[in-house]
Design a protein around this ligand. Structure first.
Ligand SMILES: [Fe+2]
Length: 314
């Protein structure tokens, strides 16, 4: 099977207490552990592994690494070989290198982002259990997000210099880990420059997305909600807590999801994202957005750039 899904994101935060208030009381994540280095681990109520967010204090915001879970331990050997054959240095990491995880492999994608793959992580179960479960727990805080849904990574794109880390990293994810292309934005003369991609391993339109920019970084990590009214209510909760909202609730053309973008206290962009979009399958024909319809793809209703979408990221 190979890669199952996004496992966790390790975010750098400037100050832990205000950040925890944001992730626990606004988003509604559940704190499940801390370690001796001061890192804090959280999960959504609908997730069963111990954490999907790892917070690390730092003097600058951003992402330390992104990790994906694979189905079987033996997948790690197979993927290690395929990644090395592609020309990327891979490091074998012993069990425990990732907190409460089994052995892992570590590498940098062509874009420069650090990625881990692992097969085992401590399980703590869903808040509603697995025997005759209620549809949701009654002690939810804030927006009550279900799970970490996806991350969007910024990759260096400089066509004049012949640099397109979106295209190269997309090809890397397809070639080595069998990610499938759901949607892409093609720009430039004859629409030959692949400026953004949305890729999946699950059956939703994206588990990871790559967008071209001046330099690499984290654009956002997104948390899943059931439906549009939940996205609206989550934005209400952000206003009540004076969270800095980047883009108010609306729909994406790309992936069809409904969305709100906002920032954590360190300036890392988050998204609450609802709707499974459409059934993504390996044999679907990828969807292409042209340069003139790029903003219709991002913000479907206005078709215009909103907030600080391309200019601000960590
Ligand atoms: Fe997103």
């Amino acid at each position: 099977m190979g890669v199952l899904r996004i496992g966790h994101v390790n975010l750098r935060v400037l100050e832990m207490q205000s950040t925890l208030n944001h992730y626990e009381n606004v988003l509604g994540l559940i704190q499940t552990d801390r370690d001796g280095s001061g890192n804090v681990y959280l999960k959504g109520w609908d997730e069963w592994d111990q954490y999907s967010i790892m917070l690390s204090e730092s003097d600058r915001a951003g992402m330390n690494h992104i990790a994906f879970k694979v189905e079987n331990d033996a997948d790690l050997d197979d993927l290690k070989r395929r990644i090395a054959d592609w020309g990327i240095a891979v490091e074998e990491m012993p069990a425990g290198s990732l907190h409460n995880c089994g052995r892992a492999i570590r590498f940098n994608m062509p874009s420069g982002h650090e990625m881990y793959l692992y097969a085992e992580k401590k399980r703590v179960g869903k808040s509603v259990g697995t025997v005759n479960p209620h549809p949701w727990p009654q002690d939810l805080k804030g927006a009550g997000v279900h799970w970490l849904d996806h991350a969007l990574l910024m990759c260096e794109l400089n066509p004049e210099a012949g640099i397109n880390m979106v295209a190269e990293t997309t090809r890397f994810l397809q070639d080595t880990m069998d990610f499938h292309l759901a949607e892409q934005v093609m720009v430039g003369p004859e629409s030959k420059i692949q400026a953004a991609t949305w890729l999946f391993r699950t059956s939703t339109p994206h588990d990871i997305a790559l967008v071209g920019g001046a330099h690499m970084g984290l654009h956002h990590c997104a948390f899943y909600l059931d439906e549009w009214t939940d996205v609206l209510k989550a934005a209400d909760i952000m206003a009540m807590n004076e969270v800095k909202i980047d883009v108010t609730p609306q729909r994406h053309g790309i992936t069809r999801g409904s969305t709100t973008y906002f920032f954590d206290p360190s300036g890392n962009r988050n998204e609450t994202f609802a709707g499974l979009g459409y059934l993504a399958q390996p044999d679907m024909e990828p969807i292409t957005w042209t340069e003139d319809q790029l903003w219709r793809g991002i913000f479907y209703h206005t078709g215009e750039e909103a907030g600080e979408f391309t200019s601000v990221y960590t």
